[in-house]
Design a protein around this ligand. Structure first.
Ligand SMILES: NC(=O)c1ccc[n+]([C@@H]2O[C@H](COP(=O)([O-])OP(=O)(O)OC[C@H]3O[C@@H](n4cnc5c(N)ncnc54)[C@H](OP(=O)(O)O)[C@@H]3O)[C@@H](O)[C@H]2O)c1
Length: 289
């Protein structure tokens, strides 16, 4: 029986963490990348081969899924993400993949929910009705968003700006998502038709996060709660498309209201160690800030 594990979106935040975790566990990994050049670092890891995947090109999907035992389906944050997720599910089914793990988001099950949750729910429902064996991973907001989105202002102004008031969020370190995904991809039968909500060990407000960054960097870092209108104007200035601006503002609004503060023990249960704290994240990534 094949032991190949396919990871789509392998150059992305969660995909690369998962490929690293799988490689460290000695797995046979097929890293699905849009550009072979961009995947070069992954290719150097033991047990990892690259395959070119473009979600728009069905023939690339057919090749990538051939001979695959388990697959981790990761789609990007785009307006056509549901369609992409459906194409990936179809390709997994056509290739006879034994088990599919899908990267979803916390709150996907909440009805009616916010736009982001609705998109993930549609993709989850499609997978559920495909007849495939599956596991759904529903992480909360990533700690690494601070690296990718807020590091520039933290570096330049010692501050980050969010319209989230005193709302607490149970941010998760993406390295934990990678470790969880790797465990499930290697032992799928223990997680068939399950959904896990993945969170960090505690929920923190922007003010508490600023304190953590201050102590990790040795500089006074400030969190500034901004009105929603100011956040909208800033996103428009960065030329974000309207659908993205509005769905991010919706996410910020539910975070502000405290709906993103739940903490679960799913990470600990699956990988047998507690998830990383925000302090551990901030110290590891200190140089980015
Ligand atoms: N950020 C959060 O806090 C958060 C929280 C919960 C859930 N999520 C969910 O996480 C998912 C995103 O994961 P991520 O942050 O790891 O993504 P990411 O870092 O944005 O990476 C996206 C990956 O998809 C690839 N990709 C994009 N378009 C493609 C195409 N047409 N064909 C082939 N590959 C393509 C990208 O390739 P390139 O490198 O070539 O661009 C990249 O590898 C979304 O579903 C989001 O809703 C995010």
């Amino acid at each position: 029986m094949s032991t190949i594990i396919l990871v789509t979106g392998a150059t992305g935040t969660v995909g690369s963490a998962t490929v690293k975790a799988l490689s460290a566990l000695g797995a046979d990994v097929r890293a699905g990348v849009r550009s072979l050049i961009k995947g070069d670092n992954l290719k150097r890891l033991p047990g990892v081969e690259l395959v070119e995947i473009n979600f728009e090109r069905p023939e690339s999907l057919a090749v990538a899924f051939t001979g695959v035992n388990t697959a981790f389906l990761i789609t990007p944050f785009t307006a056509d993400q549901v369609e992409m997720a459906q194409k990936l599910t179809d390709a997994a089914q056509a290739a006879g993949v034994r088990h599919v793990v899908r990267l979803s988001a916390s709150g996907a099950e909440v009805e009616p929910g916010i736009q982001l949750g609705q998109w993930h729910r549609q993709a989850e429902d499609y997978l559920k009705s495909s007849g495939l064996n599956y596991t759904l991973l529903r992480p909360g907001s990533f700690m690494q968003n601070f690296v990718h989105q807020y590091a520039p202002s933290i570096k330049a102004e010692n501050a980050f700006y969010l319209p989230m008031g005193n709302g607490r969020v149970s941010y998760i370190d993406v390295r934990d998502i990678g470790d969880v995904a790797a465990q499930i991809l290697l032992h799928p039968d223990e997680h068939t038709q399950m959904a896990y909500t993945l969170t960090g060990p505690q929920a923190l407000s922007g003010y508490e996060i600023a304190e953590v960054f201050s102590s990790a960097t040795g500089r006074p870092i400030e969190y500034l709660d901004v009105p929603e209108e100011a956040a909208r104007a800033a996103m428009q200035q960065q030329n974000l498309p309207d659908w993205m601006t509005e769905s991010l503002l919706e996410l910020n609004a539910i975070s502000r209201a405290g709906y993103a503060s739940g903490v679960t023990s799913d990470v600990q249960q699956i990988i047998g160690r507690p998830p990383y704290t925000f302090e551990e994240f901030a110290v590891t990534y200190r140089d980015c800030f």
